[in-house]
Structures are given as C-alpha cells and as structure tokens.
Design a protein around this ligand. Structure first.
Ligand code: ATP
Length: 453
C-alpha cells in the first residue's frame, strides 16, 4: 500500500533528512522548505531524469538557465504585473485570509465556518524586489514567478547561437517565487518552488498536433520514468482558459485526498513572443497583446523555404519538481507487515531515482580487515560516477537495513568474515529482502543491472 496520508511522508522526510521546515529554528516561514541530504539527491535525480528526456534524448530542444531576478518590464508585457493575481477573501470573524477559488465552500470560512466573508480582491502574486542603491526602496524588479518568460525573452539569443528549424524547444529548470495566499499540502503549494518547463516553438498550423504530442510524451514520462501507475494519473482540461491560452490541459496525480495538478501542458499560441517582440505591427499577432514600446528585439522566425517571417506558436510543458517528488514519495512509500507484529517502512523508488545507490556494510564494526574490503568496494563503486554510495560502519546491520529501506537504497552490500576467505559479499535487495552471495568483482556489474531496471 502506498502512503495513506501526506503526513506519513512529512514524518519520513523529517526523520530521514529529505525535507525540513524552512527557517525552522526561528519558528519557520510559511511556504518555504529546506531540502536535506536525501531530499537534494532525490530532487537532483528527478531533475536529471527530466533533462535527460527533454535534452539528451533529442535533437530539437536546447537548455537554458536564466536569472531569477528580472527587469520589471518583462512582467509588464507578459501581463503578470497587471493580471497575475489570485482572488483573496477575508473572514470578518476570525481574520483568516483565503484564496477564494480553493476554499472548501466559498460561502464559509475554511478556518471557523463563519459566513461573514469579504468580497474577493485581486492579490498580486509576484514578489517585488528593490535592487541597487535605490533611495526609497521602491520595487524596481521581480523574482520570477515562472521560468517561461525568461525563455521567451531569450528566444532570439538561443536561435542565433544554435540555429534550428521549427519545431524546436528551449527547456529550463529553476526556482520560481509566488506570494501564495495560503501555502498548503507540505511542498504542494509553496512560495519558493522549482519548475521544469519547456517551451516548444511551432508553426501556427501545427499547434494542435504538437499539443497532443506533448500531452502523450509527458504522461508517458510520469509513468515510465517516475514510476507512477497510469491509473493514478489523468488529464484535466481547463474549463476556464487564461487570456493567453488557446487550450490548456493539466496532468493530475491522485494525492491521498484527491486528484490535483502536477504539470500543465498549454497551447499559448503567439501570445508570448508576440507580447515581447519589437515591431509588433510587422506581424499578424493572433493573441491579444499589450502594445510593446520597450523591446529591443524582434522575436520572430524566418522560414527559409517559404520566405515568411512570423511569430511562432508555443506549446508549453510546465512541471513542478517539488510536486513530482511528493508524488514519487507517496507512491513509493509502503508499510509492510512482516508477521509477528513486526512492520517495515520501505521506499520502493525506481533505482535510478534513489538518493543512495548502494550502501556497503561491514558486518562487525571497526574490524580492520572487513573495513579494508568495504573501503575497496566503496572506492570502486564511487569511481563509476553513478551517484551516492554510503559506507555504514556502525556494526548494527538490522538498523542499517531499516534506514536504507526507508530512504529507498535499492541494495545493501554486506561484508562478513567469509568475504575475507572467498572474496564474496551478500547483496540484500530492498524490495524483496532477498539475500544472494556474489563475487566482489561482480558487484559493479550487478549494481548497474539493478540501476537500469
Ligand atoms: P495552481 O493552479 O496549483 O496554482 P498553476 O496552474 O498556477 O498552479 P503553473 O503556473 O502552470 O501552475 O505552474 C506549473 C507547475 O508548477 C504546476 O503544475 C505545479 O506543479 C507547479 N507549481 C505551481 N505553483 C506552485 C507552488 N506554489 N508550489 C509548488 N509547485 C507549484
């Protein structure tokens, strides 16, 4: 059985060092979390799996890593400064502030149940900054609320440096900041979070074909790479479209308290490049864009075959990396009944995502011969460059197995007295708890087999 509640994961994350409350020793800060030793590894592995699928496995997508602090004109023309807001309501009785569209019942306060609720008002979600030696500390820049806009504003830079024919894409992974009214659901809704987004530039005539293609590609990645069962995922088309979108579909995962968004796949038509381009009147822009008098660059595409110069459409895939990690942990988490009143908690992660790839455990503590053999194995495995390999020299084998089950280490390698005689070790598999004896020289190959499963 996967985790029954998010609280199972919250407890595991704290106990085993995946995620801690941000600013914890000073009472915390809403919507901010710190990733601990195993959380950083799991996040890195998810990022790498995404980068691998989006960039290393294809010829048509380039990578980008743009700045987090951004000129405010970027957000004027993207429409965020005027329109990136959520409807905020306040309870007149207890003072709770809530996002109206996410309330359990829009006529009652989520906190105290009172029906005395204020009218909604638009609440700006971007975090403003005062950069440089400004006299009055006025906002003159923003922390980006998503990675997409900095991708659009680099469209020409990337295309000039690495020419492509349509369709082609630009992908970014990085932090985004939103002043969410009510952060909730652990890392589900935070004020500082991470996105993995890809903008695919297409000929306007091909938009629907590529929207469909990316929906299928992304769904299959969630299933095959992250290991989420297909029946726990679904497409949810947006009923109300954002002003820039021609079509929008979310991938939703079934969290313990219901389906919710983990990734969006949007047909943004020519809104973005059309909004940020210089000389808008040179092009036929379909979307409703603000007149741009500040841009210094034409964000158009010249088709050498037809001789046409036009603004491509954009199909966007936008995933939350933290939400992906939460879904992966919820799905991998199991409490197994071992009989005789004993249970074990195990994180059955795909081996490629596991924070620790293998633990090497001398059966007795501080026995020099056992430690020498263990250190040799660790050194060989580390040279393979496959990720984190841990040496456990505490002598408490039961405790070590329990810890590595809980952090999802796919295999433990135990070195005992027999190892000194015949150069073999025991491999103990996480999922089955099966133990097999193998020659030390075969361990690297065995480990690669496990990781490629
Ligand atoms: P929501 O409707 O949940 O506020 P959104 O539709 O505004 O999300 P997008 O702007 O499409 O989200 O962002 C893409 C992805 O980024 C989302 O699918 C989600 O996984 C992630 N994401 C968005 N906001 C947050 C947040 N506050 N905390 C964590 N992840 C987030």
């Amino acid at each position: 059985m996967p985790a029954k509640t998010v609280n199972d994961i919250v407890a595991l994350c704290k106990r085993r060092g995946f995620i801690f409350t941000g600013s914890e020793i000073y009472g915390g800060l809403g919507g901010a979390y710190d990733y601990g030793p195993y959380g950083v590894e799991l996040m890195k592995n998810i990022r790498n799996a995404w980068w691998n699928a989006m960039i290393y496995s294809r010829d048509d997508i380039e990578g980008l890593d743009a700045a987090l602090i951004t000129n405010r004109l970027m957000w004027k023309y993207s429409g965020h400064e005027a329109g990136f807001s959520d409807p905020l309501v306040e309870c007149k009785k207890c003072g709770a502030r809530m996002r109206q569209d996410k309330m359990k019942d829009q006529t009652k306060c989520d906190n105290c149940g009172s029906t005395e609720i204020t009218e909604p008002r638009a609440y700006q979600l971007m975090m403003g900054l005062s950069i440089g030696a400004t006299a009055d500390g006025a906002i003159n820049a923003y922390l980006r609320p998503e990675t997409a806009t900095t991708t659009y504003t680099n469209f020409k830079n990337v295309l000039d440096a690495k020419p492509h024919k349509l369709p082609f894409g630009i992908a970014q992974i990085g932090k985004a900041f939103r002043n969410e009214i009510s952060p909730r659901g652990f890392v589900f809704r935070m004020r500082e979070f991470e996105q993995a987004e890809m903008q695919y530039f297409v000929n306007p005539a091909d938009d629907e074909k590529y929207h469909e293609m990316w929906m299928q590609e992304r769904l299959s990645w969630w299933i095959n790479v992250l290991g989420i069962p297909a029946e726990k995922l679904r497409f949810a088309p947006h009923e109300k479209l954002a002003h820039y979108a021609k079509a929008a579909v979310d991938i939703e995962y079934e969290f313990p308290d219901g389906f919710d968004e983990v990734e969006g796949i949007h047909n943004r038509q020519d809104f973005d490049l059309g909004s940020h381009t210089k000389a808008q009147s040179d092009f036929q822009i379909n979307a409703n864009v603000l007149e741009n008098r500040d841009s210094t660059t034409k964000l158009s595409y010249f088709d050498p075959q037809s001789g046409a110069n036009f603004i491509p459409y954009v199909i966007e895939t936008a995933m939350g990396v933290n939400r992906a990690m939460l879904a992966v942990m919820l799905e991998a988490y199991e409490e197994e009944d071992l009989g005789d009143g004993k249970t074990r908690t195990v994180l059955k992660l795909k081996p490629a995502l596991a924070p620790v790839k293998a633990a090497v455990i001398p059966l007795a503590r501080n026995v020099p011969e056992l430690l020498d053999i263990s250190n040799d194995i660790v050194a060989k495995l580390r040279k393979m460059g496959i990720g984190r390999i841990e040496l456990e020299n505490s002598g408490n084998i039961g405790k070590n197995y329990r810890r590595h089950d809980e952090i999802g280490t796919p295999v433990c390698i135990t070195v005992d007295h027999q190892s000194m005689e015949d150069s073999t070790v025991t491999l103990r598999y996480r999922d089955t708890m099966e133990q097999v004896r193998v020659a030390i020289e075969d361990v690297p190959m065995k480990l690669l087999e496990i990781l490629n499963k």
